[in-house]
Design a protein around this ligand. Structure first.
Ligand code: PMV
Length: 329
């Protein structure tokens, strides 16, 4: 199917993918949201459930008719990073039959802080490539193509990041080794609002996951017990959200943070912010994503604005996001 005659109707929302025809040529735009893991990171890699929610921030991809299928990588991205991006995009391009589209991306997500920036990029590109190729761009197809890119970025990710981004919903995700992922959308009766703060620096997810794998391989029984408990807390948290019990969700987040700390995934900077957010009234607070030395720390608040204003005044990078449920009570 040619570029012009590509069908663009499968987009689930205007921000997800739209075509703009201002005379010619036709351009395409698609969006991949970032994500926060409310409960269950790392244990997810070992087949346990994980509760993840999309953010309103993410990556936007713009596609223009081109002579070949290419990603326009900004010149400031050099060396290994450039090669990795090109290789990841190439995998997605192959999976879509290489439509003749030139893709430019822009992001409003902090990179490498546990907010799913690579997954958001993968989803934005996958959705756009599928659309440009005239293929269905439903969430499951997007997950398949974005998964190609994520495997290039992260080796063997659980898949929760790009699945959450592609569905754009709060999901309980589980991928047991050797079987297909199960994805359950969780409807919340009450608004779920979080404050996201960014602390310190962190290593790439791949390294944090690998270091944990080494510890787990040395002491498998102990780590299995902890992973199992993380998975149970994620299940309980999902039920709490469905019942509108935000206090129970907050408690699950606090317990999950203790378990993550036991798994060796927290740090001084993270712990300090977790305690700070709790003192400021968070119902629950924990690291989100891979953790390690730093990264994103989230607090569950009924009203995050006062805490956000205070932290912003102190120069701490933070933002709030509605992640599930009705927007107002
Ligand atoms: O890359 P991050 O920081 O968003 O973390 C992803 C979540 C992990 O559970 C640590 C890894 C995975 O593949 O699920």
């Amino acid at each position: 199917m040619s570029w012009r005659s590509a069908r663009f109707g499968a987009a689930a929302s205007p921000r997800r993918c739209r075509s703009t025809t201002m005379g010619t040529p036709t351009t395409l735009t698609s969006f991949g949201p970032g994500k926060v893991i409310l409960l269950g990171e790392h244990a997810a890699v070992y087949g346990y459930p994980v509760l993840a929610a999309p953010l309103s921030w993410g990556v936007t991809a713009h596609g223009f008719p081109g002579r070949r299928c290419e990603l326009r990588i900004p010149p400031q991205v050099r060396g290994a990073g450039r090669k990795l991006l090109a290789a990841a995009f190439d995998r997605a391009a192959s999976a879509c039959g290489r439509p003749k589209v030139s893709v430019a991306v822009e992001s409003d997500l902090p990179v490498s802080m546990g907010l799913g920036s690579s997954a958001a990029l993968s989803v934005a590109c996958a959705r756009l490539l599928l659309q440009a190729a005239g293929k269905s761009a439903g969430a499951r197809e997007v997950v398949r193509v974005a998964g190609e890119m994520e495997r290039e970025f992260h080796g063997r990710p659980s898949g929760v990041d790009h699945t959450c981004s592609a569905f754009g919903k709060l999901i309980l995700f589980r991928k047991k080794p050797g079987s297909r992922a199960s994805i359950r959308a969780i409807e919340s009766r009450r608004p779920v609002r979080i404050l996201v703060t960014l602390v310190g620096r962190r290593s790439p997810t791949r390294e944090t996951v690998a270091a944990l794998k080494e510890r787990q391989a040395r002491w498998p029984a102990r780590y299995r017990r902890l992973f199992r408990e993380v998975g149970r807390v994620a299940d309980e948290g999902a039920s709490a959200v469905a019942q509108g019990d935000v206090n129970a969700l907050g408690d699950a987040m606090n317990v999950n943070q203790g378990l993550l700390s036991g798994l060796g995934l927290s740090s001084d900077a993270i712990d300090q912010m977790v305690h700070r957010l709790r003192r400021m009234g968070a119902l629950g607070a924990k690291l989100t994503g891979a953790g390690g030395d730093g990264g994103a720390v989230i607090g569950l608040f009924l009203e995050p604005e006062p805490a956000m204003a205070r932290l912003t005044r102190e120069g701490i990078r933070c933002f709030s996001s509605h992640v599930a449920g009705p927007r107002a009570l």
